[in-house]
Design a binder for this molecule. Structure first.
Ligand code: 2M8
Length: 447
């Protein structure tokens, strides 16, 4: 560990290596999120993986999302993990104990929470890619988009029905893992109110055995809280209404809300093309507009940054992280706020920081107290997050900005290690290497 990176791969070699990572992580049933550290299917990872796979093997990409949606709960929730038989990850299915959940899926074992709704985005991107390929691939992708649409709709409906409590309009999470940004300082305040009881069953972490330097991972204290929240949900039998009423963590997540808004737009585009029910399209339009309003209403009057809201303590969470740029993903904030956010993103507090190896937004500003360049969601750069902003900028017609983010993303990842996350100053790959979603977004950037 440490030091500058020795190798920089030329693009064709980088693409070949990325393709090999996805092939090597394929168990035949699923493409695991990473070898060793994450030997299962993760919900939002699977979406990004399908985008990368669409370039290599469209049927395999389709199969991946079909596998995920086969695990969709009867109430519409898409679970954050679909378990394989591998027991190298903790918490595994026994600890989650979702087998007896009323709404749980049959035949597969899953966790009992969700992750960001980026799946419609993946389906549309797969379709775009297939349309540049053969007529057969195009037809297959269209068939797939049409057939998965109702499941995507019911997933979005679940988020509205169960996860928009109170009046903020923000989509609420009941566990930091649902945000995908597990230990981000975004959650420090609400987590401080989570007090693991004496009845927290003992456990042994496995992640720190895989990752050589445990300081790149969340702390044990954080893990106690993560496990305590699972314990609460398990005791509630994974009854969503009950969890939202009582769990010790309930936070309106502005980044998920922005992704939800833009995913609803995408779903409307797909649904219109494939002749889906008008009422459902109208629902999606309403949900998108409410979500956008909620994101805009969260913006801080001085910084312009969007904020999460602690729904237990009824207060805004002012911690500034990459999630504060959420309005740039979905639009809807006043022009003046948007301009402020764009210049902040370009400034030396974010992408313009002179010390960065590549101008990719770090998860936390290097100028903030508490920024940690090596620890997980507390500072490092995450290629998937960069992909999301690039994708959104392209969609919004900001082609030059999108191109720059793509180039910067490739600069960061041209070491060919496909790090889970990167040290922003040295570009050292951290966490897992050969991480599937990193390989997938690199493939998408390269093609
Ligand atoms: C990380 O989260 C898992 C728990 O879900 C973990 O730390 O064990 C996060 O980075 C999450 O966003 C990601 O989906 C997952 C798999 O890559 O790993």
């Amino acid at each position: 560990a440490g030091g500058r990176r020795p190798v920089r791969y030329a693009r064709p070699t980088l693409a070949a290596r990325a393709a090999r990572v996805l092939r090597d992580n394929d168990t035949g049933a699923v493409i695991t999120a990473a070898p060793r550290l994450y030997p299962h299917m993760w919900s939002w990872d699977a979406a990004f993986i399908s985008i990368g796979l669409a370039r290599l093997d469209l049927p395999r990409a389709v199969a991946e999302l079909e596998t995920l949606f086969k695990a969709q709960w009867r109430n519409g929730m898409v679970p954050h993990i679909v378990f394989t038989d591998d027991d190298a990850y903790f918490p595994g299915p026994d600890r989650w104990g979702t087998d007896t959940a009323v709404d749980g899926p049959r035949d597969v074992r899953t966790s009992g929470i969700c992750q960001p709704p980026v799946h419609a985005i993946a389906v549309q991107r797969m379709l775009e890619i297939a349309r540049t390929s053969s007529p057969e691939e195009r037809a297959d992708a269209e068939r797939f988009a049409r057939s998965i649409w109702p499941a995507l709709y019911s997933w979005h409906r679940w988020l509205v029905e169960y996860r928009t409590p109170g009046s903020s309009g923000l989509i609420a999470i009941v566990h930091g893992w649902e945000s995908g940004m597990d230990n981000s300082p975004r959650w420090d305040v609400p987590y401080a109110a989570v007090n693991p009881g004496d009845e927290l069953p003992p456990y042994v972490r496995k992640d720190v055995r895989v990752i050589g330097d445990p300081s790149e991972r969340p702390t044990d204290k954080e893990y106690d809280r993560y496990l305590w929240l699972i314990e609460e949900m398990r005791r509630a039998g994974y009854d969503q209404k009950e969890i939202v009423r009582r769990s010790s963590f309930l936070v309106g997540d502005v980044f998920i809300t922005a992704l939800f808004a833009v995913s609803c737009d995408v779903l409307i585009e797909l649904g219109t093309e494939f002749g889906q029910d008008e009422d459902k399209l109208a629902d999606l339009a309403l949900w998108a507009s409410r979500a956008r309003d909620a994101v805009a209403a969260s913006c801080h009057s001085v910084s312009g940054m969007a904020r999460d809201r602690d729904l237990r303590a009824n207060r805004w969470l002012d911690t500034q992280t990459i999630a504060g740029f959420a309005p740039l993903l979905c639009g809807g904030a006043p022009d003046e706020v948007q301009l402020r956010l764009l210049s902040l993103l370009d400034s030396d507090r974010w992408c313009g920081h002179p010390g960065l190896l590549a101008p990719v937004p770090p998860s936390v500003s290097p100028m903030r107290p508490g920024f940690n360049p090596r620890q997980y969601w507390r500072g490092p750069q995450w290629p998937v997050v960069n992909w999301l902003f690039g994708w959104a900028f392209e969609r919004r017609g900001w082609h030059e900005r999108a191109r720059k983010l793509r180039e910067a993303g490739l600069r960061l990842t041209d070491d060919g290690a496909f790090g889970e996350y990167y040290e922003p100053f040295t570009g050292e790959p951290l966490g897992s290497t050969d991480q599937s979603w990193t390989a997938a977004v690199v493939l998408d950037w390269l093609c």
